[in-house]
Design a protein around this ligand. Structure first.
Ligand SMILES: Cc1cc2nc3c(=O)[nH]c(=O)nc-3n(C[C@H](O)[C@H](O)[C@H](O)COP(=O)(O)O)c2cc1C
Length: 232
């Protein structure tokens, strides 16, 4: 299946057949997720493939008992983290040094620019300062308008993780299985199941399985492209 066939074939499946998904299929799709473009290459994601029967049962409940979760052969929780950037930055810098002669621009980017946007200071005070200073500078020249708060940072990281989700779903589709992304879940309960704290945001839970034809709710429905696509 080529990329366009995978994009056209992928549907959100709400009911699966009782058929296992081979481990190799899951592993290949998780690898594809890791290749998604991501903000500053800081890879702020974590993918929890829930294979423990006990955790899976609790996750189905946390996904509000949606049929797509209850009938899925596999469930993966896609998480965005606001706290792993320091570790990942160090690892990236190590690799850049191992590769030899990293450009000053690259080093400056990770050492100076990245912390500027990933830290908000005690009680968000630095973030508040940035929210005051950047718009003033912005009168005179283009400036980044955020993220200057934890919430905005979470939003930014969710963009990255959503791209990993799409890579994952297309990779599953290309291998003859189906998925359904879910945001209908109790985030607090999902986090509790995975032992995650406030630095984690659940971007999506994705169900995986062999499609039951009854699991597709009608023909694909998209509105007129003229409403959404503009050439300006
Ligand atoms: C972020 C996100 C969250 C979603 N959450 C749910 C969900 O909780 N339950 C569900 O059945 N479908 C969910 N969907 C699937 C959408 O309803 C589906 O993508 C949309 O209706 C278009 O259908 P298609 O995916 O078959 O093209 C979600 C999709 C996205 C992108």
């Amino acid at each position: 299946m080529n990329l366009f066939e995978a994009i056209e074939t992928r549907r959100s499946v709400r009911k699966y057949l009782k058929e296992a998904v081979p481990r190799a299929v899951m592993e290949k799709a998780l690898q594809a997720a890791l290749l998604a473009p991501n903000s500053s290459n800081l890879q702020p994601w974590e993918f929890y493939w829930v294979t423990s029967a006990e955790k899976k049962a609790r996750l189905v409940t946390a996904c509000l008992d949606q049929a797509t979760a209850a009938t899925a052969a596999e469930l993966v929780v896609f998480v965005a983290r606001t706290d792993t950037w320091r570790r990942n930055r160090k690892l990236i810098l190590d690799v850049l040094h191992q590769r030899g002669n990293p450009a000053k621009q690259q080093l400056d980017y990770y050492q100076k620019i990245v912390p500027l946007f990933y830290t908000h200071g005690w009680l968000g005070v630095t973030g508040l300062l940035k929210r005051l200073v950047f718009p003033i500078v912005g009168w005179f020249r283009p400036v980044p308008r955020g993220p200057f708060s934890r919430t905005r940072l979470q939003g930014m990281l969710n963009k990255t993780v959503a791209l990993a989700c799409e890579n994952f779903m297309l990779a599953i589709t290309a291998q003859g299985y189906s998925t359904c992304p879910m945001e209908g879940f109790d985030e607090q309960r999902v986090k509790r199941i995975l032992g995650l704290g406030r630095e984690a945001t659940i971007t999506m839970v994705i169900s995986v399985g062999k499609e039951d034809p009854a699991g597709i709710y009608g023909a694909r429905l998209r509105l007129d492209p003229k409403l959404f696509v503009f050439e300006v």
